[in-house]
Design a protein around this ligand. Structure first.
Ligand code: ZN
Length: 165
């Protein structure tokens, strides 16, 4: 898997793992993905739910939306708690918007901005296990040095624990 994501990581400095996102949402980047990801879609293989989305039902805060058939790009997505179904286009759209916001904006900002962003926005639609959430936390961890205020250091500690969990 690391071999497949390598070229993209080189270009964007960001490790993508989600096949749906790659295959259908990032049309501008599709030339890079196609070959690498059509044969194997690795999003669920390690059980880390890198591509999972938060269930959109308010009554289902713990639910995770995942593709029913991870090998099919057009697969329906389903919540693992309440069975809510979402079509692939909508799921891809959410991934696309999340990815764009994070890549174009949040990831380049100060640690304090990233912390607020994670707490105020990301928690509403991405899971703590989502690749974008994890990447933002990693960026925050990198940027929060020991001379930062205690509140930031606490966040850093929290992110470290969450990622290692
Ligand atoms: Zn649900």
């Amino acid at each position: 898997m690391s071999q497949m994501v390598q070229p993209v990581t080189d270009v964007y400095g960001f490790p993508f793992h989600d096949g749906t996102l790659l295959a259908s949402a990032w049309s501008g980047l599709s030339c890079l993905w196609t070959d690498a990801f059509t044969s194997t879609l690795p999003w669920q293989e390690s059980g880390t739910y890198l591509g999972a989305l938060k269930c959109v039902r308010e009554s289902c805060p713990e639910g995770r939306l995942l593709p029913i058939n991870p090998l099919k790009i057009s697969s329906l997505w389903r919540c693992d708690r309440c069975n809510l179904k979402m079509d692939n286009i909508k799921a891809s759209k959410i991934q696309e918007i999340a990815g764009r916001m994070i890549l174009n904006n949040a990831i380049k900002r100060e640690a304090s901005y990233i912390i607020d962003y994670l707490n105020d926005h990301i928690v509403k639609f991405l899971l703590p296990t989502n690749q974008f959430t994890v990447e933002l936390k990693l960026q925050a961890i990198k940027k929060i040095q020991s001379d930062r205020p205690l509140a930031e250091l606490r966040e850093k500690e929290k992110y470290c624990i969450e990622i290692l969990d």
